[in-house]
Design a protein around this ligand. Structure first.
Ligand code: ADP
Length: 217
């Protein structure tokens, strides 16, 4: 099962992708997490990416395509994978089409988690994250419910970076959805509700037989 999770920053992609990955026993490929790992390790890529992430901007298509190419070639992706955070631009989507063809793979479904802009701004401002497992929590939580690590604020969740992230999403990433709508692969899911409700909708969208699947407009 090859799945692509699409949505704005703060739409809940990461949370849903982690659960889906556990459910299907396939890797969750989150390009944002991969970049943050490079930053933490102080690699040359991390040093280059750090100020870009902090400002809420996008790392270049060339770098991102290279990262994803290497990741998808790893053997753990053979049974399937869940892509989260890529492609974020139309050139990335076109490169991914080519890469999938080269590898003899195709996406089974693109899940679009739809959330209003006002709700996104509210969720991102002040949310906290576990530095160990990347789970996110609402403001004023202190420790991760799973591994007890003390929560921190992601640098790009600080107010000065939140708006640029939404703006670049609207400009560069919204057109990516049309790329997949053309291929009739998109299931649109209301991303406002409890995590459990949303998860059940996502699971239904990815597991129901193609013939009975309701296509989004
Ligand atoms: P979110 O979706 O909440 O913004 P992510 O963890 O997916 O968070 O990404 C964090 C940051 O990493 C992005 O704002 C961007 O700077 C960088 N990034 C991640 N994926 C990509 C990508 N495919 N292209 C360009 N930049 C990316």
């Amino acid at each position: 099962m090859n799945l692509l999770l699409y949505g704005a920053p703060g739409s809940g992609k990461g949370t849903q992708a982690t659960r889906l990955g556990d459910h299907f026993g396939i890797p969750h490929i989150a390009t944002g997490d991969m970049l943050r790992a490079e930053i933490q390790a102080g690699t040359p890529l991390g040093l280059e990416a750090q100020p870009i992430l902090a400002a809420g901007q996008y790392v270049s298509d060339e770098i991102m395509i290279g990262i994803v190419r290497n990741r998808l070639r790893r053997p753990d992706c053979k049974p399937g994978f869940i892509m989260d955070g890529f492609p974020r631009t139309v050139p990335q989507a076109e490169a991914l089409d080519g890469l999938m063809r080269e590898l003899g793979k195709a996406f089974d479904r693109v899940v679009y988690l739809r959330v209003d802009i006002d709700e996104l701004l509210r969720r991102l401002s002040g949310r906290l994250v576990c530095p160990a497992c990347q789970r996110t929590y609402p403001p004023s939580t202190t420790a991760c419910a799973v591994d007890k690590s003390l929560l921190v604020q992601r640098e790009d969740d600080k107010p000065e970076a939140v708006r640029p992230r939404i703006e670049i999403y609207l400009e560069k990433t919204v057109p990516v959805l049309d790329h997949y709508r053309g291929a009739r692969l998109v299931s649109e899911i209301d991303g406002q509700g409890t995590m459990e409700e949303i998860y059940q909708h996502v699971l239904t969208a990815v597991t129901q037989p193609a013939a009975t699947r309701k296509q989004s407009a």
